[in-house]
Design a protein around this ligand. Structure first.
Ligand code: SF4
Length: 332
């Protein structure tokens, strides 16, 4: 029977190549894919790049939702953030701790990752590899096949489980060697580097910081809301999200039941608005005027807004600039 090992599969090229290199040494690889509210494909995990590449190389893939603990970690990471709100070092420690539990469950001798020395300025340096192993309590148990010959031997290499001579010595940001290997192994369907993580997106980071300032506990629904619509902050406790198209309008309607307040155009085409906060007469009027501002203006038309059973006339459109509303995230 072949020895089982655990491999972290992100859906990117490096992780699938790392798993493939280990497969070639005769191991049975169990892939682990970590998802969270910050994953672009959250809730649609069977259609991810990770699922596709796992199928392509013929390994099982276990999907793990990192849950509320991970959301709380992103708010306050021990090792800080990268360029945006991406806590890559803490994120890897978190994943490796979970991977260790699977490793123990299936009695695997090590965990495989696709990390490449020098590829990322924050989390893929020699010193941070050391920190990650120490804080995940995984010293000597993480095999990085793509850069292994540049790193100290792991326990599996010392014990003769893996042939070190067949591991690679890739370093730096160039992906030439990986692309050549992908061609040789026939690997397709992988994502761009960090392409699935919202935490590396500048505009999403601005909205998430705003959410963390607003709420002591951010839920996965609060985070899902950050991926939709135009965001307007009224004050520290109240935020409006306005749909940009029919699909977003429908998604906002679905989110109403999760503790938000829904406002809709009554009898005219226009955006749906969701309020995170407390509806008051002034706030309701502001939301209604904002909906009208982003609707097609037809002279003589009466614009009414529906909020629950209430239908009201909010007044004129809002002047967007110079008003008290603050736009959050630059792309909306
Ligand atoms: S890019 Fe995102 S998923 Fe990847 S290590 Fe960083 S925070 Fe984690």
């Amino acid at each position: 029977m072949r020895t089982k090992v655990v491999a972290l599969i992100s859906g990117g090229l490096d992780s699938v190549l790392a798993a493939k290199v280990i497969l070639e040494q005769g191991f049975d690889v169990v892939g682990l894919y970590f998802t969270s509210a910050f994953s672009k494909s959250y809730g649609n995990e069977q259609e991810t790049h990770a699922a596709r590449v796992a199928r392509a190389i013929g390994i099982d893939l276990r999907i793990t939702d990192m849950g509320q603990d991970y959301i709380d970690l992103v708010r306050n990471p021990t090792h800080g953030y990268g360029k945006n709100i991406n806590p890559c070092i803490d994120c890897k420690i978190f994943m490796l701790k979970r991977a260790k539990a699977v490793m123990q469950e299936i009695r695997a001798p090590f965990v495989v990752t696709g990390e490449v020395l020098g590829q990322r300025p924050m989390s893929q340096r020699r010193d941070t590899f050391h920190v990650i192993e120490r804080d995940a309590d995984m010293r000597g148990l993480i095999v990085r096949p793509l850069s292994a010959s540049l790193l100290p031997p792991t326990k599996a290499e010392e014990d003769g489980l893996i042939q070190r001579s067949k591991l690679l010595g890739i370093s730096g940001r160039s992906r030439t060697v990986q692309l050549r290997l992908a061609e040789r192994y026939g690997v397709r369907g992988y994502s761009t580097p960090a392409g699935g993580c919202l935490l590396t997106d500048k505009n999403f980071s601005a909205k998430l910081r705003d959410l963390f300032d607003d709420k002591e506990t951010a839920t996965s629904n609060d985070i899902k809301l950050l991926t939709l619509g135009r965001h307007f902050r009224i004050d520290a406790r109240n935020k409006i999200v306005l749909g940009r198209n029919n699909k977003e309008n429908r998604m906002l309607v679905d989110l109403e039941s999760k503790g938000y307040h829904l406002f809709m155009p009554d009898g005219f085409p226009g955006p749906v608005a969701l309020l995170s906060g407390t509806p008051t007469q002034d706030i309701n009027q502001t939301i209604g005027r904002l909906i009208i501002t982003y609707s097609k203006q037809v002279p003589g038309r009466i614009y009414l807004i529906r909020h629950g059973k209430q239908v009201f006339d909010p007044g004129d459109p809002l002047p967007i600039t110079g008003y008290f509303l603050r736009r959050v995230g630059a792309d909306n």
